[in-house]
Design a protein around this ligand. Structure first.
Ligand code: HEM
Length: 431
């Protein structure tokens, strides 16, 4: 007897549909049930909730800054892996490889430009994302831990960019890292050891290049990936993005009543309590209850997906456009006898360098250390519910003003360090 479902011609005809079904278990959804099933059964989509609040989708609320940070990281990983096919972390070869990228590698210039500009953009966008989280009060309970993960992500982003800065082995790279690592050397007690550990030597040379390379291409991307994964997972577990007028956070474990057992069963388990813990009691945040769908939410498929794809396209287009218009800098090869005057750290450390010019210890270690400590302690000391999920809420006037002052001072210091400092770190006019 022939097996209907295994007839050769039928399999030929059904081939495209069967391949599709083997990858995507559900057809394109046309019902609410289908939309939920699609989110559940796709590896990439199941990270997201089945339904998402309308507020989280509003472009003016998040400005997509967290997503842009993530997509920049993805672009950096992709272009970085391609660059690894050409780059050699050797003081005698690195600079030549940079020149090769310009002259003899197909799309080499655009590849390097994309990597460089995306790295600068990531530092700026991650910082802006941190500001958005602060100004909307989204670090408050239950999101304290995710704020801490965020602070770690910010430091990891700075370190990733800093370690990459040395790799072209040109004058800009060499002297920026020389200045940057000497700031680390000002740390009390551990400064000298820290600097030596980073450089593997007393000065920036082959050992430093190798260490920065390994940190840049293996260690930091791995740690960043892990922290980003925890960051995203926590967003889900904390009940999605913070919303205006959010109900009180539910207790971590609540008792969810379950139906009374049937009489026959009840007899055999008469000692069992009438109420039990259910899995729902362990999950905080929106989960779909029958007949109790929050009208302020919409299905993630396709609403969130479309928004995410739009942000992805915008990020790629932005990075490509800048990379077509502007070339990443490449100065003369390293000359240890001829430091530029002034030698400047990368722009995001120029605020630090400016502070160091007033006091090596306080500018390089004391003040940034205190700022970092305040960022870490913040969500454990500012716990009031008022003003969460709204930009510049009146109730948070004091906290927002202090943070704004911190942002403005740091931006001004960076602008001074970038444009107003000339030979011997003297004030000059950029005009
Ligand atoms: C590699 C760096 C980072 C990536 C890829 C990232 C990604 C994201 C994404 C995609 C979201 C949800 C959408 C959005 O808010 O735009 C988010 C939310 C959040 N992020 Fe980040 N983030 C990063 C760094 C940071 C930093 C530096 C902080 C703070 C110090 C932070 C704290 C938070 C918090 C508390 C939330 C939840 C906000 C809310 O509930 O409204 N993140 N992040």
């Amino acid at each position: 007897m022939s097996d209907e479902s295994n007839s050769f011609w039928k399999n030929v005809v059904d081939f495209p549909a069967n391949v599709r079904k083997s990858i995507f278990r559900n057809p394109l959804p046309s019902s609410d049930r289908g939309r939920a099933a699609t989110s559940f059964s796709n590896l990439f989509l199941h990270i997201q909730p089945v339904r998402v609040s309308r507020q989280a989708l509003r472009p003016t609320y998040t400005m997509g800054l967290g997503l842009i940070s993530f997509f920049l990281f993805v672009i950096l990983t992709g272009t970085g892996v391609l660059l690894m096919f050409y780059y050699v972390p050797s003081t005698t070869q690195a600079y030549g490889r940079m020149l090769d990228l310009r002259s003899s590698v197909a799309f080499g210039v655009i590849l390097r430009n994309m990597h460089r500009w995306a790295a600068h953009a990531m530092v700026a966008v991650v910082f802006l994302h941190m500001c958005r989280v602060f100004f909307t009060g989204s670090y408050k309970p239950p999101r304290e831990f995710n704020w801490l993960i965020g602070v770690a992500l910010f430091l990891l982003t700075l370190l990733s960019s800093f370690t990459g800065y040395l790799l072209p082995w040109d004058q800009l790279a060499f002297w920026a890292i020389t200045v940057g690592t000497s700031i680390a050397g000002y740390a009390p007690f551990i400064g000298k050891a820290l600097k030596f550990m980073l450089l593997g030597d007393a000065t920036v040379g082959q050992e430093a290049l190798l260490r920065f390379y390994v940190l840049h291409v293996v260690v930091l991307p791995l740690v960043l990936t892990l922290f980003v994964a925890v960051h995203f997972w926590r967003i889900r577990k904390d009940g999605g993005l913070a919303k205006a007028e959010e109900p009180e956070a539910q207790p971590v474990i609540e008792v969810a009543p379950v139906p009374e057992p049937a009489p026959a069963m009840a007899a055999s388990t008469s000692a069992a309590p009438a109420r039990r813990f259910s899995l729902q009691g362990l999950v905080r945040g929106p989960f779909v209850k029958v007949d109790k769908i929050d009208p302020d939410t919409v299905f993630s498929w396709p609403n969130l997906l479309i928004a995410e794809l739009f942000v992805l396209l915008l990020t790629i287009a932005g990075v490509m456009l800048v990379s077509i218009l502007f070339n990443a800098p490449l100065e003369q090869p390293v000359n240890v006898m001829h430091p530029p005057n002034p030698a400047k750290a990368p722009w995001y450390f120029l605020g630090l360098q400016e502070q160091v010019s007033y006091s090596a210890f306080w500018g390089g270690i004391g003040v940034p250390g205190i700022e970092l400590l305040l960022l870490v302690l913040l969500p454990f000391f500012d716990r009031g519910k008022a003003g969460i999920g709204r930009w510049f809420a009146r109730e948070r006037l004091l906290a927002n003003s202090i943070f704004l002052l911190f942002v403005i001072v740091n931006v001004i210091l960076i602008v001074i360090g970038t444009f107003f400092r000339g030979a011997n770190w003297q004030f000059v006019s950029p005009f």
